[in-house]
Design a protein around this ligand. Structure first.
Ligand code: DNO
Length: 386
């Protein structure tokens, strides 16, 4: 597979020169400064592409070209926003960039409750606590009708937890769940926003009455509209699974497992409608057998995220070392190497280790470099085995 790396643009502290030294071949990035819903112009695309190529690398994948909320909930501006999306795709296609990762998660992208979960060796990783997330839902968001999503037992336990939670701990949870993990991803909520909880609740209300079937239909509508431009320029759209792959906060999620992915690929049965195989997201759903899914969907996979998780008995999950856990990355590398040795792959997330500090959560330098070296070794072994 092609070794790619998620890089956050010219302001990223990790330079392209550093990436060349560690064996990266392709760059995964986006025009992070363009507000969600606006067209990516040919000039801005060309400028970044040239910058990457001048460093001896190539812009392999766009992650992400964000899908505006109104496209997902089917608002009045949906068609105008899809027109803009099509214009951005055409501009990318003309520049020769042909792999575009996106997601269709309403309001909130990936979810963690702890970004600095200490491990015995002194490094730290990302963690999801079911109870803390439920606490956030019930006592911080105070979501409408929230009681019906939890059992009496769970609500009692949360009420007990509430007696010991300080304001500082609540603020930290808000910062972790809806600011730090989302800010650099989709622009719904950014660092410095005055009342993130109010903004977030307003966004949630846009999905009142939208269930799984409706959201699926909105995805089908979006895909049908963008397929012609993808065919013209040979662009592969690759949808990212939901992270974690389950319903959250009363919102529908439609990329949670094999049945969902099969539905999406069949609903718009076009080779340009493809998948980002994110082993980390998929492995955090107990329902998912990750290698079996890789075998099933390899033919429609256009981009691979290599990461692993471990699910704990109480339903929490932790990001595991890359060669351990439910992701079974050694087996995945074997499957995808056989399918297409040029498939772009990036190592996803990494531990915070050595002097890693101050990076976007999950995207530190040393942790990712370490994991890339591990995967590089696995790829070399598998290639040699033939
Ligand atoms: C988090 C990422 C996701 C992913 C988007 C793709 O680390 O894997 O935010 O980039 O969902 O659209």
């Amino acid at each position: 597979m092609e070794k790619t790396w998620r890089w956050f643009g010219k302001k990223d502290r990790i330079t392209l020169q550093m990436l060349r030294q560690i064996g990266v071949e392709g760059i995964v990035t986006a025009l992070h400064d363009v507000p969600n819903g606006e067209v990516w112009t040919p000039e801005a695309i060309r400028d970044l592409k040239t910058y990457i190529e001048d460093a001896g690398l190539r812009w392999s994948v766009v992650e992400s070209l964000p899908v505006s909320e109104a496209i997902k909930y089917g608002g009045d501006e949906r068609d105008r926003l899809i027109d803009n999306y099509i214009a951005s795709l055409a501009n990318l296609g003309k520049a020769g960039i042909r792999t575009v990762c996106y997601n269709f998660m309403p309001v909130i992208d990936w979810i963690r409750t702890d970004l600095d979960y200490k491990l015995p060796d002194g490094s730290s990783t990302l963690f999801f606590s079911k109870e803390k997330f439920a606490y956030f839902d019930v006592f911080v968001l105070k979501r409408k009708n929230v009681e019906k999503d939890y059992t009496r037992d769970e609500l009692n336990r949360l009420a007990k937890l509430n007696q010991s939670m300080t304001e500082a701990e609540k603020d930290r949870l808000i910062d972790t769940i809806i600011v730090k993990t989302q800010g650099f991803i989709n622009g719904n909520i950014k660092e410095g926003d005055q009342n993130p909880v109010a903004i977030f609740n307003r966004l949630l209300s846009l999905y009142d009455g939208i269930d799984k079937d409706r959201l699926r239909e909105h995805l089908r509508y979006f895909l049908n509209r963008i397929m012609p431009v993808c065919e013209t320029y040979g662009i592969h759209m690759c949808i990212h699974p939901d992270d974690p792959p389950r319903q959250v906060l009363g919102l529908p999620r439609i990329v949670t497992g094999a049945e969902d992915i099969r539905w999406i690929l069949d609903a718009v049965d076009n080779p340009h409608n493809g998948l980002t195989f994110c082993a980390g997201s998929l492995s955090s759903g107990a329902q998912n057998d990750v290698p079996a899914m890789a075998r099933d969907f390899a033919g429609r996979t256009r981009f691979v995220h290599l990461r692993s998780t471990e699910i704990l008995p109480n339903g929490d999950f932790i990001e595991a070392p890359h060669l351990e856990g439910r992701g079974h990355l050694i087996e995945l590398v074997r499957i995808f190497e056989n399918e297409d040795p040029h498939l772009p792959m990036r190592v996803d997330h990494g531990r915070l280790m050595l002097d890693d500090a101050g990076y976007n959560p999950g995207y530190a330098f040393h942790g990712r470099m370490y994991a890339l070296a591990q995967i590089d070794g696995v790829m070399a072994t598998i290639r040699q085995e033939g």
